[in-house]
Design a protein around this ligand. Structure first.
Ligand SMILES: [Ca+2]
Ligand SMILES: [Ca+2]
Length: 223
C-alpha cells in the first residue's frame, strides 16, 4: 500500500511535470492563407517573406491611405485560456504602421474600421525588414500588449483590417504565453509545412465532423 502511494505520487508529479512542459499552445499561420480576404487587402510576393508571400493594402510608404479591406482567419484553439498574438511584419514609417485587429468571441463583433475604436488599433512596430511584433492596442493614452480570453476551445475568428496602407503582414503566431514580451521568450516561429497543412486542411477536416461551423459563411474566396 505504501509503495503504491509513493508510486502514485511519483506518477502524478511526472504527469504534472510533463503537462507543464507542454503547456503553451502555439499556432503559426501564414497571412496569405487567410480563410477570406476582402480587397484592397491583397496577396503580394516577396522572396524574403515566409512562403514567399505576404498581404497588404498596396500603397506607398510616407503617404496616407487605407481604412478598407481585411483578412479573416478561423483559428481552432485547442483549449480555453488567455492568448497573445504576434505578427511578422514590415512597417516602413509613421504613415504605414497600423492595422485593426479583432479576435472573436473574446472581442465583440465590431467593425473597427467604422467605429475607429482604439481598443482594436494595433500600432505596428516599425522596421523596413521582416520582424516580429506583438499585437498591441494603441490607445490614445499609450500602447499596451493585448491579451484575449477564451472561455472554451473551438473556432475563433481573427480579423486583420487595413488601417494604413503599405503596412505588410507575412505570418501570425498565436500563443498562450501571454507573459513574454520579446519574440524569443514567446518561442515565435514562422509557419512550417505542417503548420500550413493544418491551416489549409484543418477547417475542412473539422467541418466534416460538425453540422456547421460558427463562421461557416467564410470561404476561401480568393483562390
Ligand atoms: Ca500608408
Ligand atoms: Ca507569408
Amino acid at each position: 500500500m505504501k509503495y503504491s502511494m509513493i508510486l502514485l505520487a511519483v506518477l502524478t508529479a511526472f504527469i504534472y511535470g510533463t503537462v507543464r512542459l507542454d503547456a503553451e499552445v502555439e499556432i503559426a499561420l501564414e497571412a496569405e492563407l487567410a480563410n477570406e480576404m476582402v480587397e484592397p487587402m491583397i496577396i503580394a510576393d516577396d522572396k524574403l517573406a515566409s512562403n514567399g508571400q505576404f498581404i497588404w493594402m498596396e500603397g506607398a510608404p510616407v503617404a496616407g491611405g487605407g481604412g478598407v479591406g481585411h483578412a479573416d482567419f478561423i483559428i481552432n484553439i485547442p483549449e480555453p485560456g488567455d492568448y497573445a498574438l504576434w505578427g511578422h511584419v514590415i512597417a516602413w514609417d509613421g504613415n504605414s504602421d497600423s492595422f485593426w485587429v479583432t479576435w472573436q468571441p473574446a472581442d465583440p463583433d465590431e467593425n473597427a474600421q467604422q467605429t475607429q475604436n482604439t481598443e482594436f488599433r494595433w500600432g505596428v512596430g516599425q522596421g523596413a525588414a521582416w520582424h516580429w511584433d506583438r499585437i498591441n492596442h494603441w490607445l490614445d493614452g499609450g500602447t499596451f500588449d493585448r491579451e484575449w480570453e477564451f472561455d472554451k476551445a473551438g473556432e475563433t475568428l481573427l480579423r486583420i483590417g487595413v488601417r494604413e496602407d503599405a503596412t505588410m503582414i507575412d505570418a501570425i503566431f498565436a500563443t498562450t504565453n501571454v507573459k513574454a514580451t520579446a519574440p524569443d521568450q514567446a518561442n515565435v516561429r514562422l509557419p512550417t509545412d505542417r503548420d500550413r497543412k493544418i491551416q489549409i486542411e484543418g477547417l475542412a477536416v473539422d467541418a466534416k465532423g460538425k453540422a456547421a461551423t460558427t463562421w461557416g459563411s467564410l470561404k476561401r474566396a480568393y483562390q
